[in-house]
Design a protein around this ligand. Structure first.
Ligand code: G1P
Length: 297
């Protein structure tokens, strides 16, 4: 029998080296996408997927993450004096959607090690893992789609997406057999293979659902790609014990892990905001010297 998924783990302990110097003294998960930190999109997706309990795995220098999901009494008193109660309500909402807990990964030993830090908190329940630098926008939310699949097919569920051959070295890659148009039975997984070693171009992207057996597999996993304990290697150990499904979610994924993708994500998501769209379009077209459509002049 499958169980309800009410808990999510968000690993946010990475050093964000690809976005230095912006991430020198600020977690990459706190970098703004339009007007809110990246991690807030992930937390909002979790809450709208029915998650009630979120554990964020942090590391050194990540205190601002905790402050963001807390009340800010000093800020609220300034806003109250300005009669900005609606702003206070909006800020409080950030802190109230779910129970949010924090734990530190004491050493940077990789994603698998970070997820294993959640063991005591999660116990023996199935749970979701959501990577903080992947933003998914869709209706229904990507995680909700995966939870629905888990109810029909309990096991490990991994969000997957096709990537160009020259990008397999940036992702975990799965191979297997298509069961339906969207669901794959995964038979093998490999972390960050070069194009000539990749068994397919189906990449693992930042959403997973795990049964509690993953913790045992993580404890037995030794350092792999990049000298780190890899989540992909632990999932590989569960083959034959638990069914592993790859799920091609409906919707769009925005990766904020590199300079270019961080910038394009900001532009694309700003264009989706009705209050910003028209003025931003005018600016962009002006910048590249394109003639404006008459509706916007
Ligand atoms: C991690 C995982 C990898 C996955 C990727 C998705 O890698 O180890 O399997 O494909 O996230 O973004 P990272 O990007 O943290 O190096």
């Amino acid at each position: 029998m499958s169980q309800k998924i009410s808990r999510a783990v968000i690993p946010a302990a990475g050093l964000g080296t690809r976005l230095l110097p912006a991430t020198k003294s600020q977690p990459k998960e706190m970098l703004p996408i339009v007007d809110r930190p990246a991690i807030q999109y992930v937390v909002e997706e979790a809450i709208s997927s029915g998650i009630e309990d979120i554990l964020i795995i942090t590391g050194r220098g990540k205190r601002s993450l905790e402050d963001h999901f807390d009340y800010s009494i000093e800020l609220e008193s300034v806003l109250a004096a300005k009669d900005a109660d609606h702003v206070i309500d909006a800020l409080r909402k950030i802190a109230e959607g779910a129970d949010i807990f924090f734990i530190r990964q004491k050493e940077p030993k990789g994603l698998g090690h970070a997820v294993n830090c959640a063991h005591k908190h999660i116990g023996k329940e199935p749970f979701a893992v959501m990577l903080g630098d992947d933003i998914f926008l869709s209706e229904p939310p990507a995680l909700q789609q995966m939870i629905e699949l888990y109810q029909r097919r309990p096991g490990v569920i991994i969000a997957i997406q096709e990537v160009p051959a020259d990008q397999t070295r940036l992702y975990g890659i799965v191979s297997g057999e298509a069961l339906t148009q969207d669901v794959f039975q995964v038979s093998d997984l490999i972390e960050k293979p070069d194009a000539d070693k990749a068994p397919s171009n189906l990449a693992i992207v930042g959403r997973y659902i795990f049964p509690p057996e993953i913790f045992q597999a993580l404890q037995q996993t030794t350092a792999g790609s990049g000298g780190e304990i890899q989540l992909t290697d632990a999932i590989r150990k569960l083959r034959g014990e638990v069914p592993i499904y790859g799920y091609r979610f409906l919707g769009k994924r925005y990766d904020i892990g590199s300079r270019l993708s961080y910038l394009t994500t900001n532009i694309e998501l700003a264009l989706q905001r009705p209050e910003l769209r028209d003025d931003l379009l005018v600016f962009l077209k002006d910048l590249i010297g394109e003639k404006l459509p008459t509706s916007l002049t």
